[in-house]
Design a protein around this ligand. Structure first.
Ligand code: PNW
Length: 475
C-alpha cells in the first residue's frame, strides 16, 4: 500500500458527520401512533425487496438511540444527519401533530446536543404516509401542500435547537425509482407519473423551505440533498454528447434547474414532450420552487456513463446500476444506452471513482457560486464480517473514504466552499430493495442480536474527525 506523503488536512470548522434515515434504522413501526408509510406497504408486498425483508425492527434505533449517540460521541463525530418519519408525526399525512412522535425526535436531538454533536434534519427520506399515496402520492399536487404543512410542524417543534435542515433527500429516487422503474416504494411504473412526481417534489421543496423559514429562527440553514451524479458521454461523438445531455437533464437539471435557476431546462422539456406536456406546472410554481437556499447537499456514490443507443443494445442487460426492473427509471430515454463505468466496484456493483465527486463539487461551485456545499452522503457497501476475535476489518471502506475525502479536499483547494461531509452510513441498515444484505455502515450490526461493533473504518474516520486530517491508509 503506498505511504501517504503530504498530509490531507481540512479547515478547523469542517463538519465530520454520518448519516442515516428513519425507515432504514428505526424499527418500532407501530409504536407511539406511527402508521404505515409507502415503504411499510412496499416491503411487505411479496417480491419487492430481497428476501421479503422490511424495516419492522431494522436496527431498533428507536429504542437504542442513546447507545447510537454514545457511539458517535466515542468515535469523535461532530455531526449527525437523520430523517424524520412523517407518519410518526402526522399519521394520516395531514392534520395535527402527534406529540409522542415528535417527542422521540426531541429526545434524540437533546441527546445529540448533550454530546456536542450537531444535528441535521432531513424532513423527507422517502417514507410518504400511505394515506397520502392512497390519495395519489407525489404525482398529485396536494402532496406538496401536505409536505409544507408537515415541514411547518417539525420546524416549529425543533427549529429552536436544530440549525441545519434538509427538505428532501434525493427527489430523483422518489420520483424515478418510485414511480418510473418501480424498484422503490410505491412501486409504480408510469413514466408520465414520474415526471409529475418530480415537479411536485420540487414544489414540496419550495413550499417546505418557505414553511420552515416562517417558523424558525433566521439563523437556521435550509438545504436540499440531491443525488446529482456526473453524467459522462462514452465518446465525444455528437450523438453520445446528446445522450449525456439528456440524462444529465433527467438526473440533475430536472431538480437543480427549478431549485437554483427558477426554470426547467428547455432541453428537458423538449426531450420529454412525447410523454408529458408539463401542464401541471402552474403559474407561480417556479418562483415558489426557486427559494433562496442556505446550502446545497450533494449525495455521491458513482458516475453514470452513457452513449446513444445502437440497435444491438436493445437486447442487452441494463447496466445503469439502479436495480432490477424491466421498466427504466429514465423517461423518454430509449435512445440512450447505459454502460458499466470502469474501475473496482463496491458490493452494490457501483464503480469507485473519487474524481466524480470532485467533478460534481466543481460543477455546483460554478452553477451556484455562493452556495455553501455539504456532502450529505458518500460511502460504500462491502461484505463485512467479524473476525474470530470479533473485530470487523474493512480496509476497502477506509480506502474508499480516503479517496473521496481527498477529492473533497482537492475541491476545497480549487475554490469550492464545502463545509462538511456525512458518511453514509453510521450503521449497517435496511438498504431498501436490497434488504439487509448490503452493509454501508461504519458500525457493524449483528442482525441476530442487534449488537453494534465499530468497524476499523469507524475508528479511522473518527480519528480524521478528531484531528481534521486523514489518517494513513492502514487497517
Ligand atoms: C441513497 N440509485 O440511495 C439513499 O439516500 C440512502 O438511503 C441509501 O441507503 C444510499 O444512497 C445507498 O444506496 C440511493 O439507484 C439509492 O442511483 C439508489 C440510487 C442512488 C442512491
Amino acid at each position: 500500500m503506498p505511504e501517504q506523503v503530504t498530509p490531507v488536512t481540512f479547515p478547523p470548522t469542517f463538519l465530520w458527520g454520518s448519516a442515516t434515515s428513519a425507515y432504514q434504522i428505526e424499527g418500532a413501526v407501530r409504536e407511539d401512533g406511527r402508521t404505515p408509510s409507502i415503504w411499510d406497504t412496499f416491503s411487505h408486498t411479496p417480491g419487492k425487496t430481497a428476501g421479503g425483508e422490511h424495516g419492522d425492527i431494522a436496527v431498533d434505533h428507536y429504542h437504542r438511540y442513546r447507545e447510537d449517540v454514545a457511539l458517535m460521541a466515542e468515535l469523535g463525530l461532530g455531526a449527525y444527519r437523520f430523517s424524520i418519519s412523517w407518519s410518526r408525526v402526522q399519521p394520516t399525512g395531514r392534520g395535527p401533530a402527534v406529540q409522542r412522535g415528535l417527542d422521540f425526535y426531541r429526545r434524540l436531538v437533546d441527546e445529540l446536543l448533550a454530546h456536542d454533536i450537531k444535528p441535521a434534519i432531513t424532513l423527507y427520506h422517502w417514507d410518504l404516509p400511505q394515506e397520502l399515496e392512497d390519495a395519489g402520492g407525489w404525482p398529485e399536487r396536494d402532496t406538496a401542500l401536505r409536505f409544507a404543512e408537515y415541514a411547518r410542524i417539525v420546524g416549529d417543534a425543533l427549529g429552536d435547537r436544530v440549525e441545519n435542515w434538509i427538505t428532501l433527500n434525493e427527489p430523483w429516487c422518489s420520483a424515478f425509482l418510485g414511480y418510473g422503474s418501480g424498484v422503490h416504494a410505491p412501486g409504480r411504473t408510469d413514466a408520465a407519473a414520474s415526471l409529475r412526481a418530480a415537479h411536485h417534489l420540487n414544489l414540496a421543496h419550495g413550499l417546505g423551505a418557505s414553511a420552515l423559514r416562517s417558523v424558525m429562527p433566521a439563523r437556521n440553514s435550509v438545504a436540499v440533498s440531491l443525488n446529482s451524479c456526473p453524467v459522462r458521454p462514452l465518446s465525444q461523438d455528437p450523438a453520445d454528447l446528446a445522450a449525456a445531455r439528456k440524462i444529465d437533464d433527467l438526473a440533475n437539471g430536472v431538480f437543480h434547474g427549478p431549485m437554483l435557476h427558477g426554470a426547467y431546462p428547455e432541453t428537458l422539456l423538449s426531450a420529454t414532450s412525447s410523454i408529458t406536456d408539463w401542464s401541471y406546472v402552474q403559474d407561480g410554481d417556479l418562483e415558489k420552487i426557486n427559494q433562496p437556499l442556505d446550502a446545497l447537499g450533494l449525495n455521491y456514490y458513482t458516475p453514470t456513463l452513457v452513449s446513444a443507443a445502437s440497435p444491438a443494445d436493445a437486447s442487452g442487460p441494463r447496466s445503469d446500476g439502479h436495480g432490477a426492473s424491466s421498466y427504466s427509471p429514465w423517461p423518454a430515454a430509449d435512445d440512450v444506452t447505459f454502460h458499466l463505468t470502469p474501475g473496482d466496484r463496491t458490493e452494490m456493483g457501483w464503480s469507485i471513482d473519487p474524481t466524480g465527486l470532485h467533478e460534481l463539487i466543481m460543477r455546483y461551485t460554478r452553477e451556484a457560486p455562493n452556495l455553501p456545499l455539504y456532502i450529505t452522503e458518500n460511502g460504500a457497501a462491502y461484505d463485512d464480517k467479524p473476525d474470530a476475535d470479533g473485530r470487523v476489518h474493512d480496509p476497502e471502506r477506509i480506502a474508499y473514504l480516503h479517496g473521496h475525502l481527498s477529492a473533497v479536499r482537492r475541491a476545497i483547494t480549487d475554490g469550492a466552499d464545502v463545509r462538511g461531509y456525512y458518511l453514509w452510513s453510521l450503521l449497517d441498515n435496511f438498504e431498501w430493495a436490497y434488504g439487509y444484505g448490503k452493509r454501508f455502515g461504519a458500525v457493524y450490526v449483528d442482525y441476530a442480536t442487534l449488537e453494534r461493533t465499530p468497524k476499523s473504518s469507524a475508528h479511522w474516520y473518527g480519528r480524521a474527525a478528531r484531528t481534521g486530517e486523514l489518517p494513513p491508509l492502514q487497517d
